[in-house]
Design a protein around this ligand. Structure first.
Ligand code: GDP
Ligand code: MG
Length: 591
C-alpha cells in the first residue's frame, strides 16, 4: 500500500457511548464478517466488566471513488484511569472520531479525550451515536458538541452503531479529512512498538507495531533498539481484527510481528524497531505516566512465589503504566510494591493477574504519594508508605496530592453532588451550565478522598447521571503522623499507617476493631493497640478460650478454686509474654 492510501484513526468517547459497537460495525463494512459480539474486547476482564482496558487494532479495506484504501482503526478505552492508553492510541493516529451518545450528551471523559486528541494535533470528526433510541436528543447534543469542540454541524454525523444507520458515511469522511501517514516504503525500516501480548509459555510474543518508515518482510530479522538484540521474525501480519499473516508491512501500516523472546526485559513498549546493523534515532514516545495509587502485592498461601514473579513481570511489561519495586514484611514475606494510575486500574490489574495467569494474590490497602519538605534547605522527600516516612522533627511541612475533578451533572442532583465534594474537603473552581439543564463542575479535591468510593458515591447521589474525570493538580499542605499497630506489645511490620492528624482517633479505633475481628482466639488474651511512638491511641482485645479448671472440684472448697484460677491466670500471662501472635494474612488483604 502506498501511504497515500492509508489512514490511521482512533475512536474516542466516554465509556459506554458505543466505541466498541461502532468499531464492530466498521469492521463489518471493511469486509470481515463475524457473529461474535464485541469483537475487539478480547481480554476476559474486558468481557466481564463490559469495558475496554487495552486498545485493540483492526485493519479495514474500503473502496472509495474507485481506489482501495487501508483504514487502520484503533479502539480505545474510555475510563479515566486508562487515559494513558487513549494517549498511546492517539499517538499512532492521524485522526479521531469523537463519539457522543445522543441520550447522554457530552460527558466528562468526552471532554478529556477531546483535549488529548487536540493536543496531539489530530483531526477530529464528530459522530452522534444511538439516534435509534426514542430519548435521543439529537438537536441539543449537536449544539453542545459544536459549541464545546468547535465542530461545524456538517462535521457531526448522526449514526446508530447498533442498527448500522449512517455508519458507512463515516469512512469517506475519514479518507477525505484525516491526513495520510507520512513515510517512505523504500527507506530504512523504523517501526514503533505499540503493544505486546504473550502468546504462550513458548516464549512467543505478538508485538503490535506501526511502521513509520521502510518495509518489513516476513523473512527479515529485526533489532529492538533499547536492548540492541536481534530476533528473527516468525510471522508478520495485520489485524482483521484476528491476526492475519501477510508477507510484508510497509510505511504507514499498522500490524503485528511475532518474535521468540526469552527475556521479557527485552520487550519495551514504545521502543523503536529497526533492521539489524542500521543506525536510526530512537522515535519520540509519549512520557510514561506517574502512578498515583500504590499497593503492596504478595503471594497468597497457595501461590508459588516464583510463578507469581514470572506472571507479574509479564503483566507489568504489557502495562507500562504500572510501576514495580521489591517489598517485604515479616508476615507476608517477599512481595512487591506496585503503583497504579487509579483505583480501577489497580482492581483491573489484580483481576487480570488472576485470570490471565491464574495467580491469586494479597493486595494491601491502597496508599498515595505524600511529600515532606525538610528543614534543611527545603529538600523534598516523597514517600508512599509509613516505612519510608521521614521523622517528624526533620519536617517543616507535609503535603498531600490534589486532583482536579470535572463533573457533569443534571440540575436535579447538583446540590447533593456539590455537598459531597465539600464533605471530601473539595474546593470549587468552576460551575457552568451546559445544554438540557446540565452543569459542569470543577473541584480541587485531595487525592486520598477519592481513593475509596468517591466516584461511586457521586454516581449514587445522581442516580447514575453524573460523570467524572480527574487530573493531577499539585499539592496541598496537610499534617501527617505515623500510627503503628501493636499486637501484644509487638509492632506488626507492614500495618503501620500514614494518618492525617485530625483523623488519628477515628482511624485508630476503626483499625483495632477490624483487626480484632480477624484474629483467631488463643488460650491467652490478645491486645491490639494503635500507637504513635509510645502513646496509645486506641485499644481492643480478643478474649481467650476459657478452660474450666474448677470443673473437677466439688463441694464448697472456695479457696482451692480461687487458687486454681489464679494459677491459670498466671500461666496465661506467661504464655502471652512468650508467644508471638500469628497474624493471619487476611488482616492485610483488601481485595
Ligand atoms: P464503549 O464503552 O464506548 O465501547 O461502548 P459499547 O460499544 O460497549 O456500547 C455500550 C452499550 O451501548 C452497549 O450495550 C451497546 O449495545 C449500546 N449501544 C452502542 N451503540 C448503540 C446504538 O447506536 N444504539 C443503541 N440503542 N445502543 C447502542
Ligand atoms: Mg468498549
Amino acid at each position: 500500500f502506498n501511504p497515500e492510501h492509508i489512514r490511521n484513526f482512533s475512536i474516542i468517547a466516554h465509556v459506554d457511548h458505543g466505541k466498541s459497537t461502532l468499531a464492530d460495525r466498521l469492521i463489518e463494512i471493511g469486509g470481515v464478517k463475524s457473529s461474535l459480539p464485541q469483537q475487539l474486547d478480547n481480554l476476559q476482564v474486558e468481557r466481564e466488566r463490559g469495558i475496554t482496558v487495552k486498545a485493540q487494532c483492526a485493519s479495514l479495506r474500503y473502496t472509495y471513488m474507485g481506489q482501495e484504501y487501508l483504514l487502520n482503526l484503533i479502539d480505545t478505552p474510555g475510563h479515566a484511569d486508562f487515559t494513558h492508553e487513549v494517549g498511546r492510541s492517539l499517538f499512532l493516529s492521524d485522526g479521531a472520531i469523537l463519539l457522543v451518545d445522543a441520550t447522554q450528551g457530552v460527558q466528562a471523559q468526552t471532554v478529556s479525550n477531546f483535549y488529548t486528541a487536540f493536543e496531539n494535533d489530530l483531526f477530529v470528526l464528530g459522530a452522534l451515536n444511538k439516534i435509534d433510541m426514542p430519548n435521543a436528543k439529537v438537536g441539543s447534543c449537536k449544539m453542545e458538541m459544536s459549541k464545546m469542540f468547535d465542530l461545524f454541524d456538517s462535521q457531526i454525523t448522526e449514526i446508530s452503531a447498533k442498527t448500522g444507520e449512517n455508519v458507512e458515511k463515516l469512512l469517506p469522511q475519514v479518507i477525505e479529512l484525516v491526513p495520510p501517514p507520512r513515510g517512505n516504503p523504500s527507506a530504512d525500516l523504523v517501526a514503533i512498538l505499540h503493544d505486546c501480548q504473550y502468546l504462550s509459555s513458548s516464549g512467543n510474543v505478538l508485538l503490535t507495531v506501526l511502521i513509520k518508515e521502510g518495509t518489513l518482510n516476513s523473512r527479515d530479522s529485526v533489532c529492538l533498539l533499547s536492548s540492541g538484540k536481534t530476533f528473527p521474525v516468525r510471522e508478520i501480519g495485520v489485524f482483521q481484527p484476528e491476526p492475519l499473516p501477510t508477507s510484508n508491512l510497509s510505511a504507514g501500516q499498522l500490524g503485528y510481528l511475532i518474535l521468540k523472546v526469552k527475556d521479557v526485559e527485552d520487550v519495551i513498549i514504545g521502543d523503536t524497531i529497526c533492521m539489524p546493523g542500521s543506525i536510526v534515532e530512537p522515535l519520540k514516545t509519549i512520557p510514561k505516566p506517574k502512578p498515583s495509587i500504590f499497593s503492596g502485592v504478595f503471594p497468597d498461601e497457595n501461590t508459588d512465589f516464583r510463578s507469581m514473579k514470572e506472571s507479574l513481570e509479564k503483566l507489568v511489561r504489557s502495562d507500562t503504566s504500572v510501576s514495580i519495586e521489591a517489598d517485604s514484611n515479616q508476615t507476608l514475606g517477599q512481595g512487591w510494591n506496585l503503583g497504579f494510575l487509579g483505583t480501577l486500574h489497580r482492581e483491573v490489574f489484580a483481576q487480570r493477574l488472576a485470570q490471565e495467569f491464574g495467580t491469586s494474590i494479597i493486595m494491601t490497602k491502597p496508599s498515595i504519594t505524600y511529600r515532606a519538605v525538610l528543614d534543611n534547605n527545603n529538600e523534598i522527600v516523597e514517600f508512599n508508605c509509613a516505612k519510608n516516612m521521614p521523622k517528624c522533627y526533620h519536617v517543616m511541612k507535609w503535603e498531600e496530592p490534589v486532583v482536579e475533578t470535572t463533573i457533569i451533572v443534571p440540575g436535579d442532583h447538583l446540590a447533593s453532588v456539590i455537598s459531597h465534594c465539600m464533605s471530601c474537603r473539595g474546593v470549587q473552581k468552576e460551575n457552568s451550565t451546559l445544554g438540557e439543564g446540565r452543569f459542569l463542575l470543577k473541584f480541587n479535591i485531595p487525592l486520598i478522598e477519592t481513593v475509596d468510593d468517591f466516584y461511586s458515591t457521586i454516581k449514587k447521589l445522581s442516580s447514575g447521571f453524573a460523570t467524572c474525570d480527574f487530573e493531577e493538580a499539585g499539592y496541598w499542605e496537610t499534617d501527617l503522623t505515623q500510627v503503628d499497630v501493636l499486637v501484644n506489645g509487638d509492632r506488626v511490620d507492614g500495618l503501620s499507617m500514614i494518618v492525617r492528624s485530625d483523623e488519628i482517633r477515628e482511624v485508630s479505633m476503626k483499625t483495632v476493631k477490624n483487626i480484632a475481628k480477624l484474629l483467631p482466639r488463643e488460650q491467652y488474651k490478645i491486645i491490639i493497640q494503635c500507637v504513635i511512638g509510645v502513646k496509645v491511641q486506641a485499644r481492643a482485645e480478643v478474649k481467650p478460650y476459657r478452660k474450666d479448671v474448677t470443673k473437677d472440684l466439688y463441694g464448697g472448697d472456695k479457696t482451692r478454686a480461687m487458687k486454681l484460677l489464679a494459677r491459670q491466670r498466671e500461666g496465661k500471662k506467661k504464655l502471652r509474654e512468650r508467644a508471638t501472635v500469628k497474624i493471619p494474612r487476611a488482616v492485610f488483604r483488601t481485595l
